[in-house]
Ligand binder design. Structure first.
Ligand code: ADP
Ligand code: MG
Length: 353
C-alpha cells in the first residue's frame, strides 16, 4: 500500500473508527438478541444447549509476522483458530467479540483489511460479530478474539474422556502449516539479504494456504453428528500432534500408541520436509497450527469412523502405566516426549506447554 490515500487513525477518533469497521455488520443467529451498538451484546440460548466460550490472543512478532502475513488472512485466521476450539468441543461457533490494540503505524485501510478477513470467516462459519473494544498500543498489533458457541447438552466432548483401547483418530493431514511457515521464513530471509529477490512461492500453494488461511473442521463435527458418533475425547491440533495427544493422555489419565506410518502427511508437505532436512513425521508431531481435530472413539465405532471421509486412525489409547509411545517406521518404540525433537521446540508458541 502506498502512503498516498491512507487514513491516519488519529484523524478518525475511536468512535469514528468503530463505526467504519462495524457499520455493515448484521446479525443472523437466533441466539443473538442484540449485537454491536450498546454497552454489551445480548444473547439467548435454549436450555438444551451448552454455551462454549473461548479466547485467543495474537501478538504481532510473537504469533504472526506482518512482513508475510496479509492482513485479510490475519483477520480470517484470528477468527478461525477460535472456531476450531468450538469444533474441538463438538460444538459450533455463534458469536464473536474482537479486541484490537493498534499502534499509530496502522491506517484505517489496514484495519479494514483485517476486518474484511474476520467478516469473511464469520460469513463462512455462520458467526455473528457482536462487539469488541478498540484501543491504541505502543508496539504493534494485538488482536484478541473471543468466540461464544453452542453444543448439544450431553454431547460436549472434553479432553478427558479417552479410555484404554479407544482408537485415536485425526482429520485431514498434518505438518503442512509448519512447512508453509518455513517456506515463508526462508523467502523473508532471501528478501532481507537481497531486496530484489523474487519470492519463490509458486508451486507451494497448499502448504502456504494451510499456514496463511487455515480452516476449522466444522465439517468433521457435522459428519460425526450425522454418523451419530460421539468421540470419547477431542482436541484441535494447534501445537502439533505430540503436544495434543499428550494433553488428551494427561487429562484422560491414559497412555497411547501412535504409528508413524499412519500419520497423514500430504505429498507436498513430505517433499518440503525433505528439502528442509526434517523427518516429515516430526513436522506433523511438533509443527503445529494444523487446526485439524484429534479425537478418540470406542473400538465399537470403527465402522462408523470408516464411513466418514478424511479421517485416519493413527493408533490407540493404552493404560497410563504403558506410557505415551510412538512406533516408528523402523519398528522402534519411542517415548512421545523423547529427546531428539528438541530442534523444533524453540518455535513453540509461548502459551504452549
Ligand atoms: P464502551 O465504551 O461501553 O466499551 P465502545 O464505545 O467501546 O463501548 O463500543 C461501542 C460498541 O461498539 C459496543 O457495542 C462494542 O462492542 C462495539 N465495538 C467496539 N470496538 C469494536 C471492535 N473493534 N469490533 C467490533 N465491535 C466493536
Ligand atoms: Mg469499549
Amino acid at each position: 500500500m502506498s502512503g498516498e490515500n491512507l487514513t491516519n487513525l488519529s484523524a478518525l477518533g475511536e468512535f469514528g473508527l468503530i463505526d467504519e469497521l462495524t457499520n455493515e455488520i448484521k446479525t443472523k443467529n437466533e441466539s443473538t438478541v442484540f449485537g454491536i451498538g450498546d454497552d454489551a451484546a445480548v444473547l439467548s440460548y435454549p436450555e438444551n444447549k451448552r454455551i462454549l466460550v473461548s479466547k485467543d490472543l495474537l501478538i504481532e512478532g510473537v504469533h504472526f509476522d506482518m512482513t508475510f502475513m496479509p492482513l485479510k488472512h490475519l483477520g480470517y485466521k484470528a477468527a478461525v483458530v477460535n472456531f476450531s476450539d468450538m469444533a474441538a468441543m463438538n460444538g459450533a461457533p455463534k458469536q464473536m467479540i474482537v479486541g484490537l490494540a493498534v499502534s499509530s503505524k496502522f491506517t484505517l485501510e489496514a484495519l479494514k483489511e483485517i476486518y474484511a478477513g474476520m467478516k469473511k470467516a464469520c460469513e463462512n462459519y455462520g458467526v455473528d460479530l457482536v462487539g469488541g473494544d478498540t484501543t491504541t498500543s505502543t508496539h504493534g498489533l494485538h488482536i484478541s478474539v473471543t468466540v461464544i458457541g453452542e453444543a448439544d447438552a450431553g454431547k460436549v466432548v472434553y479432553r478427558s474422556g479417552a479410555k484404554p483401547n479407544d482408537l485415536i483418530c485425526v482429520s485431514g493431514d498434518l505438518g503442512a502449516s509448519y512447512m508453509g511457515l518455513l517456506v515463508l521464513e526462508r523467502e523473508k530471509r532471501a528478501f532481507q539479504a537481497n531486496p530484489n529477490a523474487q519470492p519463490e512461492l509458486a508451486g507451494n500453494d497448499y502448504i502456504l494456504q494451510r499456514h496463511l488461511k487455515p480452516e476449522a473442521r466444522a465439517d468433521i463435527v457435522e459428519a460425526l453428528g450425522k454418523a451419530e458418533l460421539l468421540p470419547t475425547s477431542m482436541i484441535d491440533i494447534s501445537d502439533g500432534l505430540a503436544s495434543e495427544i499428550l494433553h488428551i493422555c494427561r487429562r484422560s489419565k491414559t497412555g497411547c500408541v501412535i504409528y508413524e506410518e499412519k500419520i497423514p502427511i500430504d505429498q507436498m508437505t513430505f517433499d518440503m520436509a525433505k528439502e528442509f532436512k526434517i523427518v516429515p513425521a516430526i513436522a506433523a508431531l511438533n509443527g503445529g497450527e494444523d487446526y485439524e481435530l484429534l479425537f478418540t472413539v470406542r473400538q465399537a465405532d470403527y465402522e462408523k469412523i470408516k464411513s466418514i471421509d478424511d479421517i485416519s486412525v493413527i493408533g490407540y489409547i493404552t493404560d497410563s502405566t504403558d506410557g505415551q509411545r510412538i512406533i516408528t517406521n523402523d519398528d522402534q518404540s519411542i517415548d512421545i516426549e523423547a529427546q531428539g525433537w528438541d530442534a523444533l521446540k524453540n518455535k513453540k508458541k509461548i502459551n504452549g506447554d
